[in-house]
Design a binder for this molecule. Sequence first.
Ligand code: URA
Length: 431
Amino acid sequence: MVDIIESKRDGHRLSKDEIEFFVKGYSKGEIPDYQASALTMAIYFRGMDKQETAYLTDAMMHSGDTIDLSSIAGVKVDKHSTGGVGDKTSLVFGPLVAACGAKLAKMSGRGLGHTGGTLDKLESVPGTRIGLSEQEFIDQVNRIGIAVIGQTAEVDPADKKLYALRDVTATVESIPLIASSIMSKKLAAGSDAILLDVKFGSGAFMKTIERAEELARAMVEIGNSLGRDTRAILTDMEQPLGCAVGNSLEVKEAIMTLHGHGPKDLEELAINAGAISLTQAGIAPDLEVGKKMIAKAIADGSGFRKLVEMFAAQGGDSSYIEHPEKFPLAKRQIPIYAKASGYLHRIDSLSVGVSAMKLGAGRKTMDDVIDMSAGVILKKKRGDQVEAGEILAIAHTNMSDISDALEMLENAFVINDEPVPYTPIIHKYIH
Ligand code: URA
C-alpha cells in the first residue's frame, strides 16, 4: 500500500492490480483509514486518467452485489441526478417513460443538507415501501415497467466506506473520485442504459458549467467503456427546479406536471430526458419522436396512471396521488414579499434549499427526522416581472423558531431593472 501511495503521490499511473488491491483491501478492513486517506489525497492532487478511473469504478462496483436485471425483458433504462433543490424529475420522468414502454428499475437515495432525495419524496405517501427484495423489485418492473427503491446495503460497500472517508478528509471534490463513486453504484444497479442529469449552479454539487461538463464527460466515458449506453445532460440549478421544494409539496407538483399543469422548466426537463431514454431503449427512433411520445403520455393521462400504479404496487396509499389535497399541509404558511419592483434576476438555489431544510424539510445529518409537509413554494421564477409587495414565495413549516430560515429565503431573491433573457433548462447533451 505504501508503494501505491508513493506512486500516485509522484504522479504515476496506477495499474489495474494496484487499484483492485486497494479497493478490496480497504473494503475488507485490511487497509487502514490513514493509508486510504493518503491515497485519496494523492488522487485529489494528481488526478487519474480515463483508464485508471474506469479500473477504480469497476473495482468498486464489484466490491459488493451487482443486481442482475436480465430476467426483465427489454432494455432497462436508468436516470441519475447529481442532486439539487426542488428536483422531483424522477417522479415525472419515471412514470412517463414507463407509460411509453420503457423498463425503469431505479435505485434512489435520500436527501442530505440542502438537496432532496427521491426516497424521502416517495415516503411522503403513506405506506410506500422502498425496501423491496431483489425479486419483488424485478417482478414489479416486469409487471408494470417501473419500480423505485433504496440502495441495498450490499451494493457497492467500497463506495460507502470511501465516501464517508472522503467526507472527513476534504477529498470529495475530485472528478475521478466523484465519477467512480456515482458510476460504480449506477453500474452495480444493473441497467443497460444510463442518463446522467449533471446539475450546475448555486444549488448543485458542481458550481460551474465547466466543472459539470468535466464530470459528465468522465462519467459518460466510464459507462460506455464498461459496456453501458451512457449519456448526460447539463442542467441549470442556479434557481430551484419548478416551484415546490420539500417532500410532499414536490410530489404534488410532480402530479400536477403529469396532468399537464406543471412548471415549464420541470416539464421541459422531463420531456427531454424522457425522449433521450426512449431512444436509448430503442422505443423512439430519434429525440423528436421521443418528445412527442412523452408529450402524449402527459396529454392522455397514461403517465399519471403509471404513477398511481407504481405507488399502489409498492404499498403506498395511491388515493393521495389521485386526490393530492389529502397530503397534510404544514400549520404555518408564511409569505415572503418583494422588496422592490422590477425583474426577478436570481433565486439562489442554495439559499432556498438551506431555508427549506431549516423549515423542517431536510436533514443536517443522516439521522435527522424530516417533516414531509415542510418546504417552500415559489410564486415567481427567474425572469418574472414583480411589483414591490407581491408574494415571491411561501414558507411552509410546523416549527416556531424560523427567523433564520425566513431571512435566508428573503435574501435568496435578487430583483433589478433589467429584463432577464430566458435560458433553457438543458444546456448541453453529451452522448
Ligand atoms: N455523489 C456520490 O454519490 N458520490 C460522490 O462522490 C459525490 C456525489
